[in-house]
Design a protein around this ligand. Structure first.
Ligand SMILES: NC(=O)c1ccc[n+]([C@@H]2O[C@H](COP(=O)([O-])OP(=O)(O)OC[C@H]3O[C@@H](n4cnc5c(N)ncnc54)[C@H](OP(=O)(O)O)[C@@H]3O)[C@@H](O)[C@H]2O)c1
Length: 330
């Protein structure tokens, strides 16, 4: 038997997720590899998905989409990966397990200089940051005088968005919801202005921080009133790029801003997986690896727990003052 994270009922993942004995996988199929998993991240989106889509009555689901480890065996048709290669992968369902079989074309080779804990976060969030920039750059001004507003900027994705912007000389303004987070980001990236939404008149402070540059892209995982207020700051033809729903609230869009040609679009890495060519995905994964190699400190885990402390780890994901991603070490 081998251990895997499973759930068989609806409810808070801190209550429903458990570590179970499961059958070990068979030898890998022709295009598959078998991986001994060493670490996996627990993203807020993982917990949202587990809560939102419980298994049917009497069924058990395996949890997790991203993990890192060492290849144990490869299928007959696999080239370029051998036993002993360190890999990370996203998003085979059921990735939170000691041993998994996954399609070889989802594996990204891990550079030696990255720890297992950092490697476990190599794809989902860094690629998301890259996709957000690609979406923002659809406005011709980004990379010139245009500016990106980065909401929930202290999140794991948000800090990568800032790093990518700085690497490419793209102006940005960070937005967070507390003075404590604003101080943290000011220490980390003093050259990027940061505004907290817990101060009165914060939208005007964002506008002032832009120093007259047009705000042509806003990246937002929060939604609700904050996103509506941010939308009102957009320059003509600008875009609110929604990639999360942390507030659980919908966004209302000011018709006057809409009439200026501005709009809202959504973005998800799931669409990247289903609608992007394998060549483009490989190129994006390589760019994500470069981003992480240049900014490894941004993927320092918020905390690392052994598998037997899964419940504590899950609770930590939404605990106050968390910076970074919670990682389980197997
Ligand atoms: N669309 C996609 O494909 C995709 C991919 C990856 C991630 N995401 C989404 O991106 C978001 C961030 O993920 P992450 O892994 O970077 O998260 P994370 O590292 O856990 O950080 C979460 C951040 O969100 C802030 N936050 C939480 N609730 C908030 C609220 N109601 N209003 C304002 N800020 C709030 C927290 O602020 P405090 O520090 O003040 O608590 C924290 O800084 C999640 O919604 C996730 O689902 C989407």
């Amino acid at each position: 038997m081998t251990l895997a994270v499973t759930y068989s009922r609806a409810g808070d993942p801190a209550d429903t997720l458990e570590v179970s004995d499961v059958d070990p996988p068979p030898p890998p199929g022709r295009g598959d590899i078998q991986v001994q998993v060493s670490a996996f991240p627990i993203h807020p989106g993982d917990l949202f998905t587990i809560s939102a889509a419980p298994p049917g009555s009497g069924e058990t689901s395996r949890a997790g989409l991203e993990a890192s480890g060492t290849v144990r065996d490869v299928g007959a048709a696999v080239t370029g990966i051998v036993a002993g290669t360190r890999v990370t992968f996203f998003p085979p369902p059921g990735s939170w397990a000691q041993v998994v079989n996954i399609p070889a074309d989802l594996a990204v080779t891990v550079p030696d200089e990255l720890s297992d804990e950092v490697a476990a976060q190599l794809v989902c969030n860094p690629v998301t940051a890259l996709l957000l920039h690609r979406a923002a750059r659809q406005h011709f001004s980004i990379g010139f005088d245009g500016l990106i507003v980065n909401n929930a900027a202290a999140s794991s994705v948000g800090r990568l968005v800032t790093a990518y912007a700085q690497d490419h000389h793209i102006a940005s303004v960070n937005v967070v919801r507390s003075a404590e987070r604003a101080r943290q980001l000011s220490r980390e990236t003093p050259e990027v202005p940061v505004v907290s939404t817990d101060t009165s008149g914060w939208p005007e402070k964002v506008r002032e921080a832009a120093h007259g540059r047009p705000i042509t892209a806003i990246v937002d995982p929060v939604g609700g009133q904050i996103a509506s207020d941010l939308f009102a700051l957009l320059a003509p033809e600008g875009t609110l790029i929604t990639y999360g729903q942390l507030s659980g609230e919908s966004v209302s869009l000011d018709p006057a801003v809409l009439m200026s040609g501005s709009g809202q679009r959504g973005l998800t890495i799931g669409r990247w997986l289903s609608a992007t060519s394998p060549e483009q995905r490989a190129s994006d994964a390589a760019t994500a690896v470069d981003l992480v190699l240049a900014h490894q400190h941004l993927l320092e885990p918020a905390a690392v727990y052994p598998l037997k402390e899964l419940t504590t780890a899950v609770q930590r994901v939404s605990a106050p003052a968390k910076v970074g991603t919670v990682v389980i070490r197997i």
